[in-house]
Design a protein around this ligand. Structure first.
Ligand code: SF4
Length: 694
């Protein structure tokens, strides 16, 4: 695990894994990491770390890493190593040829939440200014896009409301569709510390996750809902609060739009939203929902933390708005110890969204159709911008299959493994004429690529990541890029080869441009970050030291807006052929598609994804612990090892998606959130049988 020798210098940088954004001291001997030690002054971690951040950096020098640009005419041909000049000019010529034949909108790009703000900013600028369209989207499309939509509509900005430290002032902690112990371990420790001090815990999750009962921590209420019924549960909680007179009327009158509250109150009070009426839908006893609602509304400071179990549903945006409604109705917003907080999966999900990666929004969440905002960017960039929103990732795939979208730049994201319905994604990629992958490794997506631009690991990047609490952390290089070029530099050179002048002397200059064009980043610079500590945006003249707690004296949109959240059952139904519901998640020692963690030596690393199944569901299928089983849905099938688990309720099975061999997304569907197209990874009707059985 440790490198060789004793360190003789160190560099303070930021973990490249989850959205907690822990600060580390990389201790080095020359250019080699000897060990990573958590930095005691890290604003997010205060000297703590988890197994991934501390020990899983070996992938940066793994033998699989590609260090030379490569091209090939077709995906059947072998890769050919070429110079940077040849690769960039080849890519530009292929993209230009597509645009000449099929139109400006026939190409686009996808940004990565694993890359720095500066790298993401460069890609969206290239797409808008050099590709001349808004066909740019982010991998956050498939995780937290409903957070962007839901929190913007209710509060006015697409971000969590609190700093992590705030949890120490919470009296009631409501965890919804998140498993912080595995996915956000350092924050989970902070949360558990507060729970051990006496704060009460409510968990809404189909699984009995670790938090429900672990040493010295026990949830006051666990609501093990049926997957897909989040909105019914949150409506039933809100119904209890409204009909039992638990609304914080003074807060609502002062801070929220009265007509929106009146409409919402009338809707939520309907008998159809009562816990009793929804008991059969959610599978949760009405009295448990009522008890949890009373605790959240009357137990003191109530803080909500949620994860992908909220967003990755066909009603993901409704659920985010349902949580925001709840916080406003009870006055749990705008001070320490309360709030609505998305726990972001990847290190820079927040940043990739902030940087203008959505097809309808420029950096700072400003709509592309706003002529004044667009004018600012046009003047600064010396480019004419398309006022029409571009294609989202699922729309790009659909357009590829109908022949109107033919070229794609993919930054550091393995869409062939991570996006739902693998067969559909593969067919779309196969149909394209030019796929450019920028990554460390030849990932699953690279199988469909024509150009490969080698990327940089976090140990070579010079930039910033923004964590789940809006904290902008410096990412400092320990050495120059191994493949000879910063990722943003490759992007800038590709833009120039496409005919648009773009470039910066260094990462600091990119941040200066971001600050000049993005009001919430106006006071941010590398100089400031390097002379002090990390900063939480908004950071500008009004808040030069940043903003740990948002919406303190007023919402960003002025007054808070209640949104109606009618429960609509998912179209994904179980039946006799597919009687179980599959839901997916992560484990502690792996990270997402595993491209990094699978390439790090560690004896405790899990070797395969497994399927957790309740003992009753296993028994009636003749499945024993450790058996290989076939997991099939209406979309596809895969083989995976079964583990009998009492954490699962009957009728629900669970797996992770860290390994391409089991490929959980072979079975997940294309159903998606009504507002943002975030895939419904959390609900797939499946059948499980012993492998090789009819
Ligand atoms: Fe890295 Fe997240 Fe672990 Fe912190 S909690 S060390 S950011 S993986």
């Amino acid at each position: 695990i440790l490198g060789h020798g004793q360190p003789n210098r160190s560099v303070i940088t930021t973990c490249a894994y989850c959205g907690v954004g822990c600060s580390f001291r990389a201790e080095l001997q020359g250019d080699e990491v000897v060990r990573m030690t958590p930095h005691k002054d890290g604003g997010a971690n205060e000297g703590h770390s988890c197994v991934k951040g501390r020990f899983a950096w070996g992938y940066a020098t793994h033998a699989d890493r590609i260090l030379s640009p490569m091209i090939r005419e077709t995906t059947n041909a072998p890769w050919r190593e070429v110079s940077w000049d040849e690769a960039i000019s080849y890519a530009a010529e292929r993209l230009k040829a597509i645009q000449t034949e099929h139109g400006t909108g026939a190409i686009g790009g996808i940004t990565s939440s694993r890359c720095t703000n500066e790298e993401v900013y460069a890609v969206q600028k290239m797409v808008r200014a050099a590709f001349h369209n808004n066909n740019v989207d982010t991998c956050a499309r498939v995780c937290h896009s409903p957070t962007g939509y839901g929190l913007k509509n209710t509060f006015g900005t697409s971000a969590g409301t609190q700093d992590f430290k705030s949890v120490a002032k919470a009296d009631v902690i409501l965890v919804v569709g998140a498993n912080p112990t595995d996915a956000h371990p350092v924050f989970a420790s902070r949360m558990k510390r507060r729970l051990r001090q006496g704060a009460k815990l409510i968990v809404i999750d189909p699984r009995r996750i670790d938090l429900v009962r672990s040493p010295h921590v026990e949830a006051a209420h666990h609501l093990p809902l049926r997957p897909g019924t989040n909105v019914a549960v949150i409506n039933a909680i809100a119904h209890t609060i409204v009909t039992e007179g638990l609304v914080d009327e003074a807060f609502v009158a002062e801070r929220c739009e009265t007509p929106s509250f009146d409409r919402w109150k009338e809707f939520i009070a309907l008998a159809e939203n009562s816990p009793e009426a929804l008991e059969d839908v959610t599978g949760v006893p009405a009295e448990d929902i009522r008890a949890a609602a009373r605790l959240y509304a009357t137990g003191g400071n109530g803080a909500i933390y949620y994860g992908l179990g909220v967003t990755e549903h066909s009603q993901g945006s409704s659920m985010v708005m349902g949580l925001a409604n709840l916080a406003m109705a009870t006055g749990n917003i705008g001070r320490e110890g309360v709030g609505v907080n998305p726990l972001r999966g990847q290190n820079n999900v927040q940043g990739s969204c902030d940087m203008g990666s959505f097809p309808h929004e420029l950096p700072g969440y400003r709509h592309i159709s706003d002529a004044a905002v667009r004018g600012e960017f046009e003047a600064h960039w010396q480019a004419s911008l398309d006022p029409e929103p571009g294609l989202r990732i699922p729309n790009m795939f659909a357009a590829a299959l109908d022949g109107s979208f033919r070229g794609l730049f993919v930054q550091g994201e393995d869409i062939a493994q991570s996006d739902p319905n693998t067969l559909h994604v593969s067919a779309a990629l196969q149909a394209m004429e030019c796929v450019i992958v920028q990554d460390l490794f030849l990932n699953e997506t690279a199988a469909f690529a024509h150009v490969f631009f080698p990327g940089t690991s976090f140990l070579e990047k010079d930039g910033t990541f923004t964590n789940a609490e809006r904290r902008i952390n410096r990412v400092r290089p320990i050495k120059p890029p191994l493949q000879g070029m910063h990722e943003w530099e490759t992007v800038a050179r590709l833009a120039r080869a496409m005919g648009y002048e773009m470039g910066w002397p260094d990462g600091a200059a990119i941040m200066d441009e971001i600050a000049a064009l993005t009001p919430t980043f106006a006071g941010v610079s590398f100089e400031k970050l390097d002379s002090g500590k990390s900063i939480q945006w908004p950071c500008n003249d009004a808040t030069p030291d940043g903003t740990p707690v948002m919406h303190a004296s007023g919402f960003v949109r002025g007054k808070g807006q209640f949104m109606l959240t009618r429960y609509v059952p998912t179209e994904e139904k179980t039946n006799r052929r597919y009687p179980l519901i599959l839901t997916t998640g992560r484990i502690l020692s792996q990270y997402n598609v595993g491209a990094q963690t699978r390439r790090t030596k560690n004896s405790m690393w899990h070797g395969e994804d497994v399927l957790e199944i309740h003992s009753h569901d296993a028994d009636i299928r003749g499945i024993s612990d450790g058996d290989l089983v076939s997991l099939g849905s209406r979309i596809g099938a895969t083989t995976i090892r079964a583990v009998i688990s009492d954490r699962m309720p009957q009728g629900v099975v669970y797996t992770t998606f860290h390994h391409p061999e089991s490929g959980a997304n072979v079975v997940t569907t294309e159903l998606s959130d009504w507002a943002t197209n975030c895939p419904e990874y959390k609900v797939t009707a499946v059948q499980v049988t012993l492998a090789n059985m009819p």
